[in-house]
Design a protein. Structure first.
Length: 493
């Protein structure tokens, strides 16, 4: 865990100072430093080496002019457009510029920016922690270093303190979700994911965990979840976490559901092999859900929540489920299997039913559900489908504030015909190449029960093939969902 503090820059023992630099150069924030540096910053500006572009950094080595051996000038773009996203990006860029240094990084704030200081500090801390994440955990020697301490260079201030502590907790939890997404499928199975959840619950107050295995899933009638898991010797699990803090309002039980396919080969409807390795990230909805409820518990957010991770491995095999099979889900409805690669909606069906049965009033599911959602929105926004306008607005707003962006998409009763089956209550896919994200959402709708529900298809932003050019600068898991859930919890408390 990175330590995060507030201290005056001169008293922090900095290995590096970092300064957000806005355009046009020479604003209030850098003027004093420029003076102390004998005009080096303005000369770098004149030569065009320092421009203040978003995400650009310039590293200066110092000779005792300031109370640190180094200074990173981190661009945030046009002054009037500076927002938390620009500051997160600057935080990550500075972390990357200092990845050989580690130690103590001191951020200088700029009162002239159009972002209040607590939000500025929070965004810089969040960006620094997300930006210093390394996915190279399995390398024999991973020499990327994250700062051990991040200090906000300012006089002690309780509001700043609270803002940066919160930002650090949430960003660290997002990085832990990234660890899960990046874990190879030979290490992360439904069983080991359950162990991770139990470890998390043991770590945090008011958070408990129960892991349901095949026998219990059969007893609950979860024929959709168990069918998907049948092709693998790594048997399926329903991983349930409950967060029950003292002093929470009793009219809300937030229900969180995460698609947790630890590897999606497609099953009998097997995928093409190109890129299949990225399907280890098909449990990213579960990772975001797990560390999202973990963030609520770590922050002590007074909102009750239940999370259900529907975990299975989707492989072809002698006992695998097949196209043509008719399954019975826990809510009693029957499903004709058209495509075994449309497995996410099957495992989610039983998990959605479960959280409603346990009394969830407001439900949010997170799932890497359809390739078409990634085609539509790329790696930035997830698409959200909700049955309740107020719930949709809240989640979209939580996304806007947190950086886990959600764009609303439609549910409509006339999409129901896409899943009409000649043999069963519904089918899990269609041969038409049309509207697959909406079709999948309509399928889930059948299991979402009564009350507000939103399905977030995060196939695009969950797992990156390359840098996103902002504060997510490495391939692999992004921790999508953790910041969204933490912010949603704050709004509901
Ligand atoms: N996990 C995939 C969706 C996916 C694809 C996520 C690419 C992230 C990147 C999902 O299980 C899947 O295979 N969906 C199919 C559904 C189809 C067979 C109806 C899809 O979208 O192609
Ligand atoms: Mn699939
Ligand atoms: Zn999948």
């Amino acid at each position: 865990m990175t330590k995060v503090e507030i201290a005056l820059p001169g008293q922090a023992g900095a290995d590096a100072l970092a300064l957000p630099v806005a355009q046009p150069l020479g604003g209030d924030g850098s003027k004093i430093l420029d003076g102390k540096l004998g005009g080096r910053l303005s000369r770098l500006g004149e030569s065009g080496e320092l421009r203040g572009d978003r995400g650009e950094t310039v590293l200066l080595h110092l000779n005792g002019e300031l109370e640190a051996p180094r200074l990173v000038a981190a661009g945030v773009g046009k002054r009037e457009n500076v927002d938390p996203d620009a500051l997160r990006t600057a935080g990550a860029a500075a972390a990357q510029a200092l990845s050989r240094v580690g130690g103590t990084l001191v951020w200088l704030l700029d009162e002239s920016l159009p972002v209040p200081l607590p939000e500025q500090a929070a965004a810089l801390v969040e960006g620094t922690i997300l930006g210093s994440y390394s996915p190279g955990h399995w390398k024999s020697k991973d020499d990327a270093r994250a700062p051990e301490r991040i200090v906000i260079g300012h006089a002690d201030d309780p509001e700043l303190q609270a803002a940066v502590e919160r930002a650090a907790v949430v960003a660290e939890r997002a990085n832990r979700a990234r660890d899960l997404s990046n874990m190879p499928p030979n290490e992360l199975t439904p069983h080991t994911l359950g162990e991770k959840a139990q470890e998390l619950a043991a770590e945090l107050e008011h958070l408990t965990c129960a892991v349901l295995a095949t026998k219990e899933l059969d007893d609950l009638g979860m024929g959709a979840l168990t069918a998907v898991g049948r092709g693998s010797r790594n048997e399926p699990r329903l991983i349930v976490l409950r967060y029950d803090p003292p002093g929470a309002r009793d009219d809300i039980l937030l229900g969180l559901v995460g698609k947790s396919i630890t590897f999606d080969a497609g099953g009998i409807s097997i995928k093409p092999s190109g890129g299949m390795q990225d399907m280890k990230g098909d449990m990213s909805g579960g990772a975001g859900t797990l560390h999202g409820i973990g963030a609520l518990a770590a922050l002590g957010t007074p909102v009750r929540a239940i999370a259900a991770l529907a975990a299975a491995e989707n492989l072809p095999g002698g006992d695998a489920f097949r196209p043509g099979d008719i399954l019975r889900a826990a809510n009693g409805k029957t499903i004709e299997v058209i495509n075994t690669d449309a497995e996410g909606r099957l495992v989610l069906a039983d998990a959605l039913w479960y959280v409603r049965r346990e009394g969830a009033t407001h439900v949010l599911d997170l799932a890497t559900l359809t390739g078409a959602m990634e085609l539509a929105l790329g790696d930035l926004y997830a698409g959200g489908f909700a049955n309740d306008k107020d719930w949709e607005d809240r989640i979209v707003e939580a996304g806007r504030r947190s950086g886990d962006l959600v764009w609303p998409f439609p549910l409509h009763p006339r999409y129901r015909r896409y899943i009409d089956s000649a043999f069963a209550d519904m089918k899990n896919g269609s041969t038409l190449r049309q509207g697959s994200p909406a079709l999948a959402a309509e399928f889930l709708h059948e299991f979402a029960g009564d009350g507000p529900w939103m399905h977030v298809d995060m196939a695009g932003p969950a797992f990156l093939e390359r840098s996103r050019g902002d504060y997510l600068r490495v391939p692999g898991g992004t921790g999508y969902g953790v910041r969204l859930i933490a912010e949603l919890g704050r709004m509901l408390a």
